[in-house]
Design a protein around this ligand. Sequence first.
Ligand code: FAD
Length: 353
Amino acid sequence: MAVIRDVMPAFDLLQPESAGDAQKLLQQHGSDAWVMAGGMDSLDWLKDRIKKPGVLVDLSGVEELKGVRATGDGVEIGAMTTLTEIANHPGIRKNYGLLAQAVELVASPQIRNQATLGGNVSQDVRCWYYRGGWPCYRAGGNICFADTPVGRNREHAIFGANRCVAVHPSDSVPALIALDAKFVVQTSGGERVVDAEDYFVGPEDDITRINMLRPGDLLTAIRIPAAWAGARFYFEKVRDRNVWDFPLMNVASAARLNGGTIAEIRIAVNAVSPRPMRLQAVEAAVRGRAADADTGEMAGKLAVEGAVPLQYNAYKIPLMRNLVKRAVAGAGQPQGSSTLASNALAQEATCRS
Ligand SMILES: Cc1cc2nc3c(=O)[nH]c(=O)nc-3n(C[C@H](O)[C@H](O)[C@H](O)COP(=O)(O)OP(=O)(O)OC[C@H]3O[C@@H](n4cnc5c(N)ncnc54)[C@H](O)[C@@H]3O)c2cc1C
């Protein structure tokens, strides 16, 4: 059947000016409504006619959802704040440089000018079969086209596959998990504040959803607690093209050291499983140890235990081992040594050793 692309289906465009009105509209239209933030993911779905909502609730006029605000305990970032604003925000750069680094590596400058934090964390998976409209499990069918002998699965999951092998593609999410961020969601039952990692839903729980949002729900803000301000951070992203590209994998860590010893650490990896992974077993294993190459080595090996590669993505196992190794050992380096510039050099050695 021929598919007409780049011609959007008709929909009603609703442009509320307050979060309350946006939520009312979303609840009124339920599963027929689509939240549109910067449109960088949304417009692909609409132009390809894969998703056909009857109503688009455009949040671009809702000023209260934009901007970075100091709170009594850290910062609150409105869901409609652009990635560029976050990357350039002096307070974020000073205290939560991990997030600034992560969003600076998203896509291209033009996309970062338009894309919002709420949209980046809520974007859908990038499996081409699913996005191309193939009737896979995630789309309500009864097959995973990527996990067949002829499936293209070089970018797909090594953990957590459960019928669907697509990975979560966001760069901001592992940084937010490492920073112990909280997501603020308005639901019909009132406000819910959840830990970053609990925002995401794996295929074992509901294969048709990527996050906890139900029709009518709205993500309004993301809060980062002061506890991790100015900690030791490490972020690294590996991608096919350094100009701009989705992550083949990324890693984020936030650590507090006591002398050279790791007192506290949070580590998250993305693009390895359908939902972002926090590495709690690794965190527990390295706590109390020196932040050095030996501990990194041990952490990397532990991180990949249980990984199950598909036909074309076995390279992700040494890649993850090395990224986690550096995220742990990197916590012992002076702040700033895990810079973006060093990422390019690091990538050369990523799959070796
Ligand atoms: C060419 C290209 C390259 C890219 N490269 C990268 C990359 O390297 N790294 C990366 O992380 N991403 C990448 N992306 C993805 C891009 O960053 C995301 O699509 C973008 O951040 C989404 O933000 P948005 O504001 O445009 O959201 P939209 O596209 O408007 O929304 C995305 C999804 O989130 C939902 N949503 C948005 N805001 C809310 C809210 N407040 N409450 C509830 N639901 C909401 C929408 O309904 C939609 O389902 C790339 C995209 C493109 C097109």
